[in-house]
Design a protein around this ligand. Structure first.
Ligand code: ZN
Length: 319
């Protein structure tokens, strides 16, 4: 028997066929073409599943379950895609029902960041951890929680929105409409925005004169000793640490898996993060806590989607 895992992002659609132990056998990747709307994207998903199965030499009836991760908010219980910002046209789309009907495979959706957490927990660096928090800081901030070794998604699948913890009252505007969310400050987008705002008034900085400084420009300038760049990363790191300290107090995790492209900034970000996390959390809550890097790389979402399909197939059998 086989499983299908799908990682549906705003730019890329990946589909994997995995064996009954969850090992990826065949992977196909295509552009999502999200701008063309939900009907178009759904037909691309169905076609990519057919292509992956054909390439793998597996008939759809040999597939036990299909797991699909996509950006939140989603309602996994109702099988609904609610309204992901980077998938225009998806509004309360009953994707479980649509994919089950179109592929003939029982299909289950979930929030992609939660599935990445599940992937690291089942097959990556977090194997065996009981209480674990997964946070990835790149363009946005994604996160997932595993409590007692199980995914924790809240009443409607929306839990774990670490990026939207408000850390600064009246702070910068976030994509969610609130102000002062962690994502608006410490994500790649937040760091780039801070650089855009402060570079024009800082003629001595390497960032001065760059038309659209990116988070990578800030990291590079900081490494070269640029004061403004270091201040921006210190600010981002401090707020990231504040949020993490609060998570530590709330969940007393044994493991935090912390990844994403923004962390490549290194010490100018991570030093302030550590200090701020320690200041914001109880020593007793941090006892034995390990902070580690993820190990699964780009396919983490696919691996998580396959693991979710295996999980759901097991539940379906028990039910
Ligand atoms: Zn927000």
């Amino acid at each position: 028997m086989a499983f299908v895992g799908i990682d549906l992002g705003g730019t890329q659609l990946r589909v994997a066929v995995a064996d009954d132990r969850g090992r990826l056998r065949t992977v196909v990747r295509h552009p999502t073409e999200a701008a063309r709307g939900s009907q178009h994207v759904i037909s691309r998903i169905v076609a990519a599943v057919a292509e992956a199965l054909e390439e793998d030499g597996t008939a759809a009836r040999r597939v036990r379950a299909l797991g699909i991760g996509l950006p939140g908010p989603v309602d996994p219980v109702a099988g609904l895609v609610i309204s992901p910002a980077n998938l225009p046209g998806f509004r309360n789309v009953p994707l479980n029902r649509i994919l089950t009907r179109a592929t003939g495979i029982p299909s289950y959706l979930y929030h992609d960041a939660h599935l990445a957490a599940l992937g690291e927990h089942r097959r990556g660096v977090a194997r065996g951890a009981s209480e674990m928090i997964y946070v990835t800081v790149s363009t946005g901030i994604g996160a997932g929680l595993l409590l007692h070794g199980e995914l924790y998604a809240g009443a409607h699948g929306i839990a774990g929105e670490v990026g939207h913890i408000v850390v600064q009252r009246d702070g910068p505007l976030c994509t969610c409409g609130n102000r002062g969310c962690l994502e608006a400050i410490a994500s790649g987008t937040g760091i780039a925005r801070a650089a855009c705002e402060s570079a024009p008034g800082t003629p001595g900085s390497a960032l001065h004169g760059l038309e659209h400084p990116h988070a990578e420009d800030v990291a590079r300038a900081a490494r070269a000793g640029d004061e403004l760049a270091n201040a921006i990363l210190e600010n981002a790191g401090t707020y990231l640490g504040l949020a993490m300290g609060n998570l530590v107090n709330l969940f007393n995790p044994q493991l935090i898996v912390l990844g994403g492209s923004v962390l490549k900034a290194g010490t100018p970000l991570l030093g302030p993060m550590r200090r701020s996390m320690n200041a914001a959390s109880w020593k007793a809550s941090r006892r034995g806590l390990r902070i580690v890097r993820p190990v699964l790389g780009d396919d983490v979402g696919l691996i998580g989607a396959v693991e979710f399909a295996r999980l759901r197939a097991r539940h379906a059998r028990q039910a």
